[in-house]
Design a protein around this ligand. Structure first.
Ligand code: FRU
Length: 476
């Protein structure tokens, strides 16, 4: 075992007495923005959901975690266990303590193998002689109670023809009972792709089979594919991933990075896509991953690489989305949140009405495809969050709320084309909003920052809505 302690590459084993408690005290001074029903870090930064698995009884949900502040430092895996997405306990973490993960336990997925949870992940390492990044692919074996039993390295370098950017293995078991995993990669010519590896069993050497080819995906300018996830849904093959480098457009790929899906038929290593689309049109959504049980459930990161938020001063950063059940409708992905809401109450929204606890509530509005503008919240600086629908475009505008320079850099309005908009469902959780249009046909996930706010809403026309409080989750 090694105790790594090198600047921001500091493991939990190197914490000094009272260090995390002191950071936690700072987090607790944030009385405006810390969420109540999203999985968020007690201290520091969360990014990608990892190792998602249903063990037959409970879900294990891991998250990339840097414990010491709102920055991307030494990544650990935080580990939550739940039966109902409402009450969570904690399992053993992945704490970097081996040379094959000296600079962090990066992202990956998990399978159930002979009654054990086997997490595949990337060990980020830097070669001492020249600081070159050497990606390792590792496994960590847990029992179903969440106890870590063993860790080992299965691939100790990038394969030939690829750069140091090879990471985020997502495993699955084939019909023949073999293990396969897809791995995000960058070719030597600096274009993004994913690799498919196969293992006869858990003891066997992984063998590189081929690149996954996603036909009809325009890979121009794309320099890296992060967080690949390949699975089946309702008889179709789905590939979900985070390709980096797409040029920004006015109504799609509006962020610096984004997550995409391709749905179609996989034959060998070729996915012939019938539809390719961004998964989420909000400001802050990235690196989603799915779990399989009888349903396919997805979590994403409510955040993006290279972004700062106003809450960084409180030493915490980002959270996971709500779990979302995926289905296909007319060949496209539909996302429906799995969440425990209270009794729905009817409200009429017009000029300006107060809604108690709006900032931790669910709101359902039928708009019958008619134009509207809605303003949510209000504070002494006149800050608010605006949603509009007009000419087949739904927009979310956070220009009138607090933003960091980096948030502003990519613009303050996001657009989503939707042919006929019937219902808007909105989940507010203090500084997060998840918006589901037409029952999840389109989704927008975002952060917004309005301190010291009044819980109110204003509409340009009379609307019938329903509102319900969302139960806070508990982590024991
Ligand atoms: C995506 C990502 C992954 C990597 C991890 C590190 O957000 O960059 O590619 O494994 O985060 O935290």
């Amino acid at each position: 075992m090694h105790i790594f302690n090198n600047g921001k590459y500091k493991s939990l084993y190197a914490q000094t007495e009272g260090e995390l408690q002191a950071i936690r005290q700072t987090v607790l001074t944030d009385s405006d923005f810390y969420p109540t029903y999203h999985l968020a870090p007690e201290t520091g930064l969360f990014n990608d959901p990892n190792g998602l698995i249903f063990d037959g009884e409970k879900y294990h949900i891991f998250a990339q975690w840097f414990p010491y502040g709102a920055l991307h430092g030494m990544k650990h895996w935080q580990h939550f266990i739940t039966k109902d997405f409402q009450t969570f306990s904690k399992g053993d973490l992945l704490i970097p303590d081996e040379l094959f993960e000296s600079h962090g336990c990066y992202s990956g997925g998990a399978i159930l193998w002979q009654d054990k949870i086997v997490a595949f992940y990337t060990g980020n390492t830097r070669r001492p002689s020249d600081n070159a990044r050497i990606p390792h692919q590792n496994i960590a074996i847990f029992d179903k109670a969440g106890k870590l039993l063993e860790k080992r390295c299965i691939i100790d370098q990038a394969p030939e023809g690829y750069t140091e950017h090879v990471r985020d293995p997502k495993p699955y078991i084939t019909k023949e009972g073999k293990i396969r995993f897809v791995l995000g990669a960058q070719r030597e010519n600096l274009t993004g792709t994913a690799l498919i590896y196969e293992m006869e069993n858990l003891e066997a050497m992984p063998r590189l089979i081929a690149e996954l080819e996603v036909k009809d995906f325009d890979n121009s300018n794309v320099f890296m594919w992060e967080c690949p996830d390949l699975f089946q849904l309702s008889g179709k093959d789905l590939f979900v991933w985070s390709p980096q480098g797409k040029l920004r457009e006015s109504h799609q790929f509006q962020n610096n990075y984004h997550a995409t899906y391709a749905v179609g038929e996989l034959a060998g290593n070729e996915l012939t896509a019938e539809h390719i689309e961004e998964l989420d049109y909000g400001f802050d959504f990235y690196a989603p991953q799915t779990i399989e049980n009888s349903n396919r459930i997805m979590f994403g990161w409510v955040g993006l690489p290279d972004l700062t938020y106003p809450t960084d001063q409180y030493q915490w950063h980002s959270m996971l989305t709500l779990p979302r059940k995926l289905s296909l409708k007319n060949g496209k992905v539909v996302q429906q949140p799995i969440v425990n809401i209270g009794q729905l109450q009817a409200v009429e929204i017009s000029e300006k009405i107060a809604i108690e606890q709006l900032d931790t509530s669910y709101l359902q509005i039928s708009i019958e495809n008619q134009p509207l503008a809605l303003e949510f919240f209000q504070n002494e600086f006149g800050q608010h969050l605006t949603m509009r629908f007009e000419n087949g475009v739904f927009s979310l505008d956070r220009s009138q709320s607090e933003q960091t320079e980096l948030m502003e850099k990519f613009g303050s309005v996001r657009h989503c084309k939707i042919e006929k908009l019937d219902t808007i469902e909105i989940f507010f959780d203090r500084s997060i909003v998840e918006i589901f249009l037409n029952g999840g046909e389109k989704v927008l996930t975002s952060r917004f920052f309005i301190a010291n706010r009044q819980n109110c809403v204003k509409s340009t026309r009379l609307l019938n809505a329903k509102v319900a409080n969302v139960a806070a989750i508990s982590v024991e």
